[in-house]
Design a protein around this ligand. Structure first.
Ligand code: SF4
Ligand code: SF4
Length: 415
């Protein structure tokens, strides 16, 4: 595999790009508001597919109406909508039982389903999935074998053109797809995906494997694993990468669809901009240390104890677009950098081969994200390079000064 040089990485950091447009103007939002209200009122007239009420569910888990509205307000902000949309987001959550969802698992570890299900104290995001009309999810449904097959066929037939197809896992394409088959007919994962996506309103690829091939596609990729967008054409495809995908982003995509009937604005890798419009590095709690040139130099050193920047320990936050530095994981409790582990770029294509090791990117000949990422996300430009250069430059000067002082004090230079 050919790697880009350090110069190439710097070049990417130097390119100008489009900003994520977080303020589209009053007229745009007023029009969207009216359109959304009309959409929700139409949805309300449709029969619920599931006799379940979000308020009953959240209250049974100890979340009161006030907390539910707080969640709606935070979700509105996550979707990059102004506060006037908060009541509509709350209403959309109540109407999610009108949306049929089919969830299939292919070449995967079920980690994305786990992320949704394993919460000990479920958040509203987790509970929202109880409201969705999940017509098929082989991991959590009671039916198995022929019964499960029949349930799937019924759902596809009944909700033709209306269901959202969630796909978890990569698709093996080598040996005519024989690395993965499903059901008694021996249908390959690829055939399964193509058949079910044909009648879907949109396809949502969840997790790094379904989006970009993930770990199954890591070199030498013996099964020829690819992501959904490599196969499904002529149909809206939304990518929610990360390992696992964050439940809040899955809910955000579904809510956006319920609210507007459309897929959210996507970047060039088909990721919703509301979630993947910024880099980890932009909102990282250790960023001040990066800018000050204060780095962890080895595990357990003073920098590590003081939560300094993990760039020199291989953090790929500067190259990675995701919102986990804001919304975090495990019910918002924490996230990798929060517990002292650098980002491994799990929401970027080929992350396992390119990012998942503990060396800083500028010295590791890592291929930088090219091919349009920088054209559709937050400014990936001169400012960053300057900050990077200053950060590292300041650190280099500081190290030299400390080294000189140590030498003058008669200490070893390696100390
Ligand atoms: S390099 Fe990593 S740890 Fe350092 S500020 Fe950026 S994202 Fe945070
Ligand atoms: S910090 Fe990086 S590696 Fe960790 S979950 Fe977020 S994007 Fe993935």
């Amino acid at each position: 595999m050919a790697y880009d040089s350090q110069e190439m990485v710097k070049k990417v950091f130097n390119q100008n790009s489009a900003r994520v447009d977080t303020n589209k103007g009053e007229e745009f939002y007023n029009n969207l508001f009216e359109k959304t209200k009309a959409r929700l009122s139409k949805l309300r007239k449709q029969p619920a597919l599931k006799d379940i009420d979000i308020i009953d569910i959240v209250e049974s888990e100890g979340v009161n109406r006030r907390d539910f509205m707080k969640w709606a307000s935070a979700t509105t902000a996550t979707l990059m909508l102004p506060p006037m949309f908060t009541p509509l987001v709350a209403e959309a959550a109540e109407l999610m039982n009108r949306l049929p969802v089919i969830w299939i698992e292919l070449q995967d570890c079920a980690g994305n389903s786990e992320a949704l299900l394993r919460s000990s104290t479920p958040t509203v995001d987790d509970l929202i999935f109880d409201v969705l009309s999940l017509e098929f999810h082989e991991t959590i449904m009671a039916a198995a074998g022929h019964q499960a097959d029949a349930q799937l066929e019924d759902a596809v037939e009944h909700f033709k053109g209306k269901y959202l197809l969630f796909v978890e896992g990569a698709i093996p394409t080598a040996m005519n797809g024989q690395y993965g088959t499903i059901g008694a007919s021996g249908e390959t994962f690829q055939e399964h995906l193509m058949r079910l996506s044909k009648d879907a309103a949109a396809v949502v690829a969840v997790g790094s494997c379904a989006t970009f091939g993930g770990i199954p596609a890591a070199a030498p990729n013996p099964t020829g694993a690819v992501g959904v967008m490599d196969l499904v054409k002529g149909k809206p495809v939304i990518n929610i990468p990360a390992c696992p995908a964050n439940p809040a982003n899955m809910v955000g995509v579904v809510l956006h669809y319920v609210l507007t009937g459309q897929v959210p604005e996507l970047d060039s890798l088909l990721r919703p901009k509301f979630a993947f419009g910024y880099r980890i590095h932009d909102n990282c709690e250790r960023r001040a240390h990066f800018d000050a040139g204060e780095y962890v130099e080895e595990w357990g050193d003073e920098g590590a104890k003081n939560n300094w920047c993990l760039y020199k320990m291989g953090c790929k936050g500067p190259m990675t677009f995701n919102n986990c530095s804001i919304i975090r994981y495990n019910d918002g409790a924490n996230w990798p950098i929060g517990v002292g582990r650098g980002c491994i770029g799990c929401s970027e294509p080929d992350f396992w081969d390119k990012y998942a090791y503990e060396r800083p990117m500028a010295d590791a000949h890592i291929k930088a994200p090219t091919g349009g990422v920088e054209k559709t996300v937050d400014e990936f430009g001169l400012g960053l390079l300057t900050a990077t250069t200053i950060g590292i430059g300041v650190h280099a000067i500081a190290s030299a000064v400390v080294g000189k002082r140590s030498v003058n004090n008669g200490e070893s230079e390696e100390a």
